[in-house]
Each structure stands twice: as structure tokens, then as C-alpha cells.
Design a protein around this ligand. Structure first.
Ligand SMILES: [Zn+2]
Length: 76
């Protein structure tokens, strides 16, 4: 299992990921090239924009990295 996951054509180290957007980006700007992509926020205010597939891979990788069996969702 790699410590990296690919988003936006970059190998992102999992330990640098702060959070991942649950919904795709929409701002309505004509010249926006992040439209429909998911923001992955990194340490130090950086962010990358992932496709839905890349975001799913990133989430899977993070879950695995944090201990596999555990799921981030709470059982209510
Ligand atoms: Zn935008």
C-alpha cells in the first residue's frame, strides 16, 4: 500500500491531506477550471482538485492508511 495517492496528476502524500470535499466544486465563474472537481485540502493552505474517481481512490487510500477496518462514518 502506497503512502501516495494520485489527484490532479500528482502523487499526493496521504499524511499531507487535511480534508476532502464531499461535494463537487461549483462557483459559477466562467473561467473556473475546477468546476465539478473535488477539493482536496493539503497542509499549508495548498489544495489540489481531484476528479470523482481520484477522490474515491484518495478516500480509500486514507481509510486503508488509518487502519483498514475502521470506517470514518459513525454508527448512529
Ligand atoms: Zn470555481
Amino acid at each position: 500500500m502506497s503512502i501516495f495517492s494520485i489527484a490532479d496528476d500528482k502523487h499526493i502524500p496521504l499524511y499531507r491531506v487535511m480534508w476532502i470535499a464531499a461535494t463537487p466544486h461549483f462557483c459559477g465563474e466562467d473561467d473556473c477550471d475546477c468546476e465539478g472537481k473535488y477539493e482536496i485540502r493539503l497542509e499549508q493552505g495548498e489544495a489540489v482538485w481531484a476528479s470523482g474517481v481520484d477522490r474515491d481512490e484518495m478516500l480509500k487510500a486514507l481509510e486503508h492508511w488509518h487502519g483498514g477496518a475502521e470506517t470514518p462514518e459513525e454508527d448512529w
